[in-house]
Write a protein that binds this ligand. Structure first.
Ligand code: RIB
Length: 271
């Protein structure tokens, strides 16, 4: 109605601010929201549903005008009762909820085909968390490409975290010394994997190749610089913010699903 209370605040739920992928999204969202007169309130969920629910319910009571959520556990049931618009970012939640994502399967497939073209033979996969949409799509592509090329499937499920990337790579390389390439489900894990290689004294990319996914700036600061599948991170955040603004201004806007493309960033970690 004309008298609907507005706060000029929006909430943004992310899993983990220490992963450099997420601050880049925050930057983009604020760049759209701030000039439009909105403050962005940030919330780290640690991928936990109870935190996410607590936040969106608490914030709605304070007349938040809308939400952008990066979540794997929130379901349509949690969001439909909110009186404000919600846009899902990076991870698809429900057909009925507008979203901005990338084609994770296609991105992973392109990354792996490049590795094969460069002569990588035994490619292992550091998968992300098992219940996360982005990670299962990338894993599915890995399995398909390996099968298609008659290569062994060597993968370990992990977390989108540096330490996890390092430890898992150590284990993989101990168990399978024949591995000559590793495809990590995100850059932070790939950087952990590079650390493992350094500790084991193997040369990158001469002895072993590493491919990341995301294209965060950290990838340029390591040695050798990380070859990766670049997500249009800033554009994704910007698009999600624009979609939310449009829905705050007009609640009858139809549901929209926006899928963006990735691009290969060739640097020095793949042979
Ligand atoms: O690095 C964080 C990861 O979680 C990214 O790959 C992103 O796509 C998300 O799902």
């Amino acid at each position: 109605s004309l008298f609907k209370k507005t706060s000029k605040m929006i909430g943004f739920v992310i899993p983990d601010i220490t992963n450099p992928f997420f601050p880049q999204l925050v930057r983009a969202i604020e760049d759209v929201m701030y000039p439009a007169g909105y403050t962005t309130i940030l919330y780290n969920s640690d991928e936990r549903l109870e935190h996410e629910v607590e936040f969106i319910e608490g914030m709605t009571a304070k007349y938040t005008d809308g939400f952008i959520v990066v979540s794997n556990s929130l379901k349509w049931e949690h969001l439909q009762q909110l009186s404000v618009p919600v846009v899902a970012l990076d991870r698809h939640i429900d057909e009925r909820l507008s979203s901005v994502i990338i084609d994770n399967y296609d991105g992973a497939k392109k990354a792996l085909e490049y590795m094969i073209k460069r002569g990588c033979k035994t490619i292992a996969h550091l998968a992300g968390p098992s219940d996360v949409f982005t990670s299962s799509e990338r894993k599915r592509a890995y399995e398909d490409v390996m099968r298609e090329h008659g290569r062994p499937i060597l993968l370990k499920q992990g977390h989108y975290e540096l330490q996890k990337g390092m430890v898992t790579t150590m284990q993989l390389l101990e168990e399978h010394p024949e591995i000559d390439a590793v495809f990590a489900a995100n850059d932070v894990m790939a950087i952990g994997a590079l650390k493992a290689a350094a500790r084991l004294g193997v040369e990158v990319p001469k002895d072993i190749s590493f491919m990341g996914f995301d294209g965060v700036q950290w990838g340029e600061t390591v040695t050798p610089e990380l070859t990766t599948m670049q997500q249009p991170i800033y554009e994704m955040g910007k698009k999600a913010a624009e979609m939310l603004l449009a829905r705050i201004q007009d609640s009858r806007m139809p549901v929209e699903h926006y899928v963006m493309d990735t691009s290969l960033k060739i640097r020095n970690s793949v042979r």
